[in-house]
Design a protein around this ligand. Structure first.
Ligand SMILES: [Zn+2]
Length: 301
């Protein structure tokens, strides 16, 4: 294996960010999985982003149980831990288009474990040539994408996966669309007159976030990029349960925008947008997401 040179990790290794408790116990107990960058929870283990990544999309599978050695895990936990590893690699491959992975455990401080008393499996996506350009950029963080953006893409992928879900649920992807230049949200007026967020089906093999961006382009004529995670809404349509992963998308008008705006695409200040939305659960999702990203929403009572 070629070694990744990740000098920004020195800050971590040298102990600047060490702290007394166990982060692998504290993060899932903190009550805010988005802030803590938890990607997916099973019954016995969970997936979380690495804050000091070796590469874009570097995440970890961690048992809830605070143990140092694999031999201390029961069979069910071991099985779920590696099932989560598998689901993550599927999500990474689809959302990040990586070419391969390094998957591994460092058991014990002598083996290089930063946190040696709570075992965790590292999953590091690899791309052709990723190790070749890194040494040139020594002492510079070369992770080309912000961690919350990668988190959002992977989270969307895992939320529409079939891990732990009932059968027959149709996965979809949608967007909360923010136009920073206008300071407005772009909502959609559906054919039945309801005011909703843009969303739609995911093509076979398509990443959930790309499906969301495609819907934003097709339904609104906007060119978007993911800036963060929104949330999940479930509803029934045509007798089938649907599960929609919503991403926060920043957008600008594309060539088709004039054809949509004022017709099926309506622009609103954030607070007006919340009031205009037809469905209460969508309103709650939008408020929560905007507040998380520091976009102010002032509600009239
Ligand atoms: Zn722990």
């Amino acid at each position: 294996m070629e070694r990744l040179w990740a000098p920004w990790r020195l800050r971590y290794v040298e102990g600047e960010v060490r702290h007394r408790g166990c982060i692998f116990c504290e993060k899932p107990a903190a009550g805010d999985d988005v802030r803590e960058l938890i990607l997916l929870r099973g019954a016995r283990a969970y997936l979380i982003m690495n804050l000091f990544p070796y590469n874009t999309g570097h995440a970890m599978a961690v048992p809830f149980q605070h143990v140092a050695d694999l031999a201390e895990l029961d069979r069910e936990t071991t099985a779920e831990l590696f099932e989560l590893v598998t689901w993550l690699t599927v999500a990474q491959r689809r959302a990040l288009r990586c070419d391969g992975f390094n998957v591994g455990l460092n058991l014990g401080a002598v083996a290089g474990a930063g946190i040696s008393d709570h075992l965790h499996v590292h999953i590091v996506p690899r791309w052709q040539g990723d190790a070749n350009f890194m040494p040139i950029l020594a002492n510079t963080m070369v992770i080309p994408e912000l961690i919350p953006v990668t988190y959002a893409k992977l989270r969307a992928e895992l939320e529409v996966s079939s891990f732990g879900r009932a059968e027959g649920v149709v996965p979809q992807a949608g967007a909360i669309v923010w136009l920073p230049d206008e300071g407005k949200l772009a909502l959609r007026r559906a054919a039945d007159g309801t005011i909703v967020l843009p969303k739609g089906h995911i093509e076979p093999g398509e990443a959930a976030y790309r499906a969301a961006l495609r819907e934003v382009a097709e339904e609104q004529g906007l060119v978007g990029e993911v800036i963060g995670w929104g949330g999940v809404l479930e509803f029934a349509a045509g007798g089938r349960p649907r599960r929609v992963a919503y991403l926060l998308v920043q957008a600008r008008p594309g060539a088709d925008f004039e054809r949509h705006v004022g017709h099926d695409t309506l622009l609103f200040e954030p607070s007006e947008a919340v009031e205009a939305l037809t469905h209460e659960d969508t309103r709650r999702l939008v408020i929560k997401t905007l507040q998380r990203f520091g976009i102010p929403v002032v509600m009239r009572s």
